[in-house]
Design a protein around this ligand. Structure first.
Ligand SMILES: [Zn+2]
Length: 411
């Protein structure tokens, strides 16, 4: 039985779709803001949710993976201005680099990939509803804010006290005036933007509150509600999105639909570090996937990313990927090993059971990889001794396929 760690309950919980017995599973993963993509942190999130997707399908579920593209926000407008290009051109270019890097790592295409700019009317409708119900208010600075105090347990996903939440909100404020601590237009520093008034020379849409554009958090609420409904199974992203982004999503979506919980399992992928610091656009300490793939094979990079449990921060080191390259070679050797015909054949059931038990335990891919490598070594040894290994190879191919390695489909 598959168990998943839920950030909301801080526990591993048996996996069961929202409608018991249903085979349909909705997964929403927060996408990127397309500039300076795509680094190892993006790859880690992409590869992890793709592996989860593959395993759910193996278990017989029909998965619908929805992802948003934040093609309109402060950062991308700022970057486009700096580089002297149109914001949508900039977005298009970096989005393509992002998608190419995922394809290079054998991440399957998302079932629905939704740019925020295509859902502005949905967003406006939701904001209108929130304002009508008193969950949001148009302020004198022209923005519309979500009233955090109106939503019971705002921030519960973060498991922090009220003061800590407030400090985190203030510390995480961007340099936009609306976000700044102490903005007198806001009732509280915990309140966050759902609709932002247009500044001169910025892209905008017409709305009941004048020309403007959506806030970041509301974009994911709107796309999730529209494409997966008021309750769905899995919502994921990097651990840095727990607060305020996902906490705000819960507030907006549940306030809008009147249904709780909006999401059954919240899953968060640990941050990637480089040289002791979080790998981030703002620090600029990025290892781009494209550059890593000049040095290593896609299978080695993917195996390396899965060699750390997804909730554990990954300290990226090239030596680790070199080691994974060696492991890929072992797996390949086992899949290509000669199988003699006749005889009892190599026993492999225990290795498969170990592999599946590991994945059932909150996608423990490091343990699953150990099981695959253990079986691979036995296949190599048994082949040398002239044993029949073809059935064991078939099982190893299944394991390698669940890990999403290209090797699974190689001849
Ligand atoms: Zn999101």
């Amino acid at each position: 039985m598959l168990n998943l760690f839920n950030t909301l309950s801080q526990q591993k919980e048996p996996f069961e779709p929202v409608n018991p017995g249903s085979k349909e599973v909705g997964i929403y993963v927060c996408g990127v803001t397309p500039y300076d993509t795509s680094h190892i942190g993006h790859a880690m999130v992409g590869v992890f949710f793709d592996t989860l997707h593959r395993y759910l399908e193996y278990l017989g579920y029909e998965v619908c993976h929805v992802q948003n593209l934040t093609d309109i926000d402060d950062d991308i407008i700022k970057r486009a201005r700096r580089d002297g290009v149109a914001y949508d051109e900039l977005g298009k270019r970096w989005n393509q680099i992002y998608l190419d890097s995922l394809t290079a790592l054998n991440v399957q295409p998302f079932d629905r990939y939704i740019p925020a700019s295509t859902e502005v009317s949905t967003i406006i409708e939701i904001v209108q509803g929130l304002v009508e119900k008193g969950f949001a208010y148009p302020a004198r600075d022209g923005n519309v804010y979500f009233r955090a105090a109106s939503f019971q347990d705002y921030g519960k996903l973060a498991h922090l006290g009220e003061q800590e939440l407030l400090e985190k909100a203030q510390a995480g404020a961007t340099d936009s005036l609306a976000d700044a601590p102490g903005n007198p237009a806001k009732e509280s520093d915990l309140d966050f933007i759902v609709w932002q008034a247009a500044q001169p020379n910025e892209p905008f849409w017409e709305s009941p509150w004048g020309q403007g554009r959506p806030g970041w958090h509301i974009e994911c609420s709107a796309i999730g509600l529209k494409h997966l409904g008021t309750r769905f199974e899995i919502h994921g992203g990097g651990a840095d999105l727990i607060f305020p982004h996902h906490s705000s999503e819960i507030a907006q979506s549940e306030a809008c639909s009147g249904t709780s919980p909006f999401v059954k399992y919240w899953m968060h992928v640990g941050m990637v570090h480089l040289g002791g610091e979080k790998m981030s656009k703002s620090l600029g300490n990025l290892v781009l996937v494209g550059n890593a793939l000049k040095e290593f094979s896609p299978d080695a990079l993917r195996l390396y990313l899965l060699s750390t449990h997804y909730r554990t921060p990954l300290h990226y080191e090239a030596t680790g990927v070199t080691q994974a390259e060696g492991q890929v070679a072992v797996l390949r050797q086992a899949l290509e090993a000669h199988s003699s015909s006749g005889g009892a054949g190599l026993e492999f059931a225990a290795w498969l059971a170990g592999f599946l038990t590991a994945l059932d335990d909150d996608l423990d891919t490091p343990q699953a990889i150990q099981a695959a490598l253990g079986l691979a070594q036995e296949i190599i040894n048994a082949s040398r001794e002239g044993q029949e290994v073809s059935a064991a190879q078939k099982t190893l191919r299944l394991m390698v396929g669940l890990l999403g390695l290209f090797l699974a489909s190689a001849n």
